[in-house]
Design a protein. Structure first.
Length: 129
Protein backbone atom coordinates (compact mmCIF):
# COMPACT_ATOMS: atom_id res chain seq x y z
CA UNK A 1 0.00 0.00 0.00
CA UNK A 2 2.81 2.41 0.91
CA UNK A 3 4.64 1.63 -2.34
CA UNK A 4 1.50 2.28 -4.42
CA UNK A 5 0.88 5.56 -2.60
CA UNK A 6 4.49 6.64 -3.12
CA UNK A 7 4.34 5.84 -6.86
CA UNK A 8 1.05 7.76 -7.16
CA UNK A 9 2.45 10.81 -5.37
CA UNK A 10 5.57 10.80 -7.57
CA UNK A 11 3.48 10.57 -10.76
CA UNK A 12 1.23 13.45 -9.71
CA UNK A 13 4.19 15.59 -8.66
CA UNK A 14 5.96 14.94 -11.97
CA UNK A 15 2.90 15.94 -13.98
CA UNK A 16 2.13 18.98 -11.86
CA UNK A 17 5.74 20.13 -12.12
CA UNK A 18 5.73 19.71 -15.89
CA UNK A 19 2.44 21.53 -16.21
CA UNK A 20 3.58 24.44 -14.10
CA UNK A 21 7.09 25.23 -15.20
CA UNK A 22 9.19 22.89 -17.31
CA UNK A 23 9.64 21.89 -20.90
CA UNK A 24 10.30 18.24 -20.12
CA UNK A 25 7.94 15.55 -21.29
CA UNK A 26 6.23 13.10 -18.98
CA UNK A 27 5.72 9.68 -20.54
CA UNK A 28 3.71 6.63 -19.53
CA UNK A 29 3.27 3.29 -21.20
CA UNK A 30 0.13 1.21 -21.41
CA UNK A 31 -0.19 -2.40 -22.55
CA UNK A 32 -3.93 -2.62 -22.00
CA UNK A 33 -6.69 -0.30 -23.08
CA UNK A 34 -10.48 -0.27 -23.10
CA UNK A 35 -12.72 1.37 -25.67
CA UNK A 36 -16.31 2.10 -24.65
CA UNK A 37 -19.00 3.36 -26.99
CA UNK A 38 -22.39 4.69 -25.92
CA UNK A 39 -25.44 3.30 -27.66
CA UNK A 40 -27.72 6.16 -28.64
CA UNK A 41 -30.90 4.04 -28.31
CA UNK A 42 -30.64 3.42 -24.57
CA UNK A 43 -27.51 5.26 -23.40
CA UNK A 44 -25.75 2.09 -22.24
CA UNK A 45 -22.01 1.60 -22.77
CA UNK A 46 -20.52 -1.24 -24.79
CA UNK A 47 -16.90 -2.01 -23.91
CA UNK A 48 -14.06 -3.90 -25.47
CA UNK A 49 -10.58 -4.48 -24.04
CA UNK A 50 -7.38 -4.57 -26.09
CA UNK A 51 -3.88 -5.80 -25.34
CA UNK A 52 -2.05 -3.16 -27.38
CA UNK A 53 1.00 -1.12 -26.42
CA UNK A 54 0.50 2.67 -26.27
CA UNK A 55 2.81 5.48 -25.31
CA UNK A 56 1.18 8.42 -23.51
CA UNK A 57 3.05 11.74 -23.61
CA UNK A 58 2.24 14.83 -21.55
CA UNK A 59 3.93 17.94 -22.97
CA UNK A 60 2.76 20.62 -20.58
CA UNK A 61 5.05 23.32 -21.95
CA UNK A 62 3.08 23.14 -25.20
CA UNK A 63 -0.15 22.11 -23.41
CA UNK A 64 -0.45 18.83 -25.32
CA UNK A 65 -1.43 15.25 -24.53
CA UNK A 66 -0.60 12.67 -27.19
CA UNK A 67 -1.04 8.92 -27.42
CA UNK A 68 0.90 6.74 -29.82
CA UNK A 69 0.54 3.17 -31.05
CA UNK A 70 3.82 1.99 -32.59
CA UNK A 71 4.93 5.10 -34.51
CA UNK A 72 1.41 6.37 -35.25
CA UNK A 73 -0.13 9.21 -33.25
CA UNK A 74 -3.61 8.09 -32.11
CA UNK A 75 -4.67 11.18 -30.21
CA UNK A 76 -3.45 14.77 -30.37
CA UNK A 77 -5.09 16.85 -27.64
CA UNK A 78 -4.67 20.54 -26.85
CA UNK A 79 -5.09 21.18 -23.12
CA UNK A 80 -7.39 24.12 -22.40
CA UNK A 81 -7.46 23.89 -18.60
CA UNK A 82 -6.60 21.59 -15.73
CA UNK A 83 -8.08 21.01 -12.30
CA UNK A 84 -7.03 18.78 -9.45
CA UNK A 85 -9.43 16.79 -7.29
CA UNK A 86 -8.25 15.15 -4.08
CA UNK A 87 -10.27 12.54 -2.20
CA UNK A 88 -9.49 9.84 0.35
CA UNK A 89 -8.77 7.44 -2.51
CA UNK A 90 -6.20 9.72 -4.15
CA UNK A 91 -5.65 12.64 -6.49
CA UNK A 92 -7.15 12.99 -9.97
CA UNK A 93 -6.10 15.49 -12.62
CA UNK A 94 -8.83 16.52 -15.06
CA UNK A 95 -7.86 18.25 -18.29
CA UNK A 96 -10.38 19.98 -20.55
CA UNK A 97 -9.11 19.38 -24.08
CA UNK A 98 -9.81 19.79 -27.77
CA UNK A 99 -8.64 17.11 -30.19
CA UNK A 100 -7.26 17.50 -33.71
CA UNK A 101 -10.82 17.37 -35.12
CA UNK A 102 -11.86 20.22 -32.80
CA UNK A 103 -13.99 17.92 -30.61
CA UNK A 104 -14.04 18.72 -26.90
CA UNK A 105 -13.17 16.00 -24.41
CA UNK A 106 -11.89 15.46 -20.90
CA UNK A 107 -8.66 13.66 -20.11
CA UNK A 108 -8.80 12.15 -16.62
CA UNK A 109 -5.50 11.03 -15.09
CA UNK A 110 -5.20 8.90 -11.97
CA UNK A 111 -2.37 6.72 -10.73
CA UNK A 112 -3.97 3.78 -12.57
CA UNK A 113 -5.13 5.13 -15.91
CA UNK A 114 -5.63 7.94 -18.40
CA UNK A 115 -9.20 8.13 -19.69
CA UNK A 116 -10.27 10.24 -22.66
CA UNK A 117 -13.98 11.04 -22.36
CA UNK A 118 -16.16 12.15 -25.26
CA UNK A 119 -19.97 12.20 -25.28
CA UNK A 120 -20.25 8.86 -27.14
CA UNK A 121 -16.76 7.42 -26.65
CA UNK A 122 -14.41 6.68 -23.75
CA UNK A 123 -10.88 5.36 -24.18
CA UNK A 124 -9.05 4.17 -21.08
CA UNK A 125 -5.29 3.51 -21.09
CA UNK A 126 -4.21 1.49 -18.04
CA UNK A 127 -0.80 2.76 -16.93
CA UNK A 128 1.94 0.16 -16.53
CA UNK A 129 3.59 0.08 -13.13
Amino acid sequence: MKKTLLVFVLVILAIATCYAQTSELTKFSSKTSRVETRKTENGSWQKEDFAIYHLIVFDMKNKKINTYHESTKDNDLDVLSMKKETTDSGTTLIFDCVDDENLQCKAVLTSLYLRLEYSLLRITYYIDK
